[in-house]
Design a protein around this ligand. Structure first.
Ligand SMILES: *Cc1c(COP(=O)(O)O)cnc(C)c1O
Length: 361
């Protein structure tokens, strides 16, 4: 068996140690004689798995006691609807920072459901090459909350600061959560689809300050409700049990193997620095994002001659470097360097890129 290096933007690489553990426990979970996939979500075994996962996540992110952690479903995309349903009180308006494709989708869903929204700042005019500065974020007087996207997965554009607002700050952290330490107390709501840095698809983690649990609109689908989910231990209906279990294994891996989020951040910083340095030093590859806003998780780059794209991708794949194609909406290349992508993968990629440039550039 050989595992290639996987730079997929999502569903993304998982730590090999986590998959090995899942394999070992697949048929017979800790002597219980059945798989986690086959357990009742109400069983003592699964409830213990779920509670351990939450406890480890709380420890990793130092989540304050006045925040609830929800393990829900529907992707980050469902949260584009769930957030306004939960937080838009009467007369309030959703405020957004637009930094690219994912922010725009969140804006479009709020607009679709509730009509008017306010875009408090946008980097659209610059082609989303740098995030708006703090003083450029201008809330409406009726702002109910401010939503932003910490890391634009497609554009490779990341905030280098946490926006401040007199209303709750809501963050789509799908592609950057757990990439380093975080001050959760700065946020009203954080949500993240699992398939980038948490675990397999099918699970969404929502971290919500408990004073925001009771603002929901009455006409909300009951499965969207933060209060109902919190009261039910995220088990209003059957949760994504196996994804939840695997997320728990990833949290354990982060704690025990990596040594926590400060250690993870140092590794991520080295990986990204190595790749951006290689891009900047080359004549063939380029990345246009303002240096302070370059994403550590998703590194898009283009080749000076797009006619080489196909050969680049084919040769990369033959060299065991998978999923380097950019998002279908933007083209070019993208290397996602999530937590589970080891430094050796980046080293192999940088070597391949230099060799390709020497031969074809
Ligand atoms: C992947 C992603 C999403 C969409 O996630 P789904 O789980 O497919 O709904 C939303 N926001 C960001 C920032 C993402 O990276």
């Amino acid at each position: 068996m050989h595992r290639h290096y996987n730079f997929c933007a999502g569903p993304a690489a998982l730590p090999t140690a986590v998959l090995e553990r899942a394999r070992d426990e697949l048929l017979d979970y800790q002597g219980r004689g059945l798989s986690v996939m086959e357990m009742s979500h109400r069983s003592d075994e699964f409830v213990a798995i779920a509670e351990k996962a939450e406890a480890d996540l709380r420890e990793l992110l130092a989540i304050p006691a006045n925040y609830r952690v929800l393990f829900t479903q529907g992707g980050a995309t469902q949260q584009f609807a769930a957030v306004p349903y939960n937080l838009l009180g009467p007369g309030g308006r959703a405020n957004f920072v637009n930094t690219g494709i994912w922010s725009k989708k969140a804006i479009a869903e709020a607009r679709h459901l509730f009509g008017d929204v306010h875009v408090a700042a946008t980097s659209e005019a610059s082609g989303h090459l740098a995030v708006p500065r703090p003083e450029e974020i201008l809330l409406s007087n009726d702002a109910a909350y401010l939503h932003y996207t910490a890391n634009e997965t497609i554009g490779g554009l990341a905030f280098d600061y946490i926006p401040e607002a007199p209303v709750p700050v809501v963050c789509d952290m799908s592609s950057s959560i757990l990439s380093g330490p975080l001050d959760v107390s700065r946020f009203g709501v954080i949500y993240a689809g699992a398939q980038k840095n948490i675990g397999p698809a099918g699970l969404v983690v929502v971290i919500v300050r408990d004073d925001l649990l009771d603002r929901a609109r009455a006409d909300m689908p009951s499965l969207f409700g933060y209060r109902a989910l919190a009261d039910a231990g995220s088990m209003i209906n059957t949760p994504a049990t196996y994804s939840w279990y695997l997320a728990g294994l990833v949290f354990e891996w982060l704690k025990d193997e990596v040594g926590g989020l400060a250690a993870m951040e140092a590794i991520n910083a080295r990986k990204a620095a190595r790749l951006y340095a290689a891009i900047d030093a080359s004549e063939l590859y380029s990345n246009p994002i303002a240096v302070a806003n370059r994403s550590r998780m998703n590194v898009p780059f283009v080749l000076a001659d797009a006619r080489l794209d196909e050969a680049f991708l084919a040769e990369a794949e033959a060299a065991g470097l998978l999923n380097l194609q950019g998002h279908r909406s933007v083209g070019g290349m993208r290397a996602s360097l999530y937590n589970a992508v080891p430094e050796a993968a980046v080293e192999a990629l940088v070597e391949f890129m230099a060799d390709f440039e020497k031969r074809r550039g």
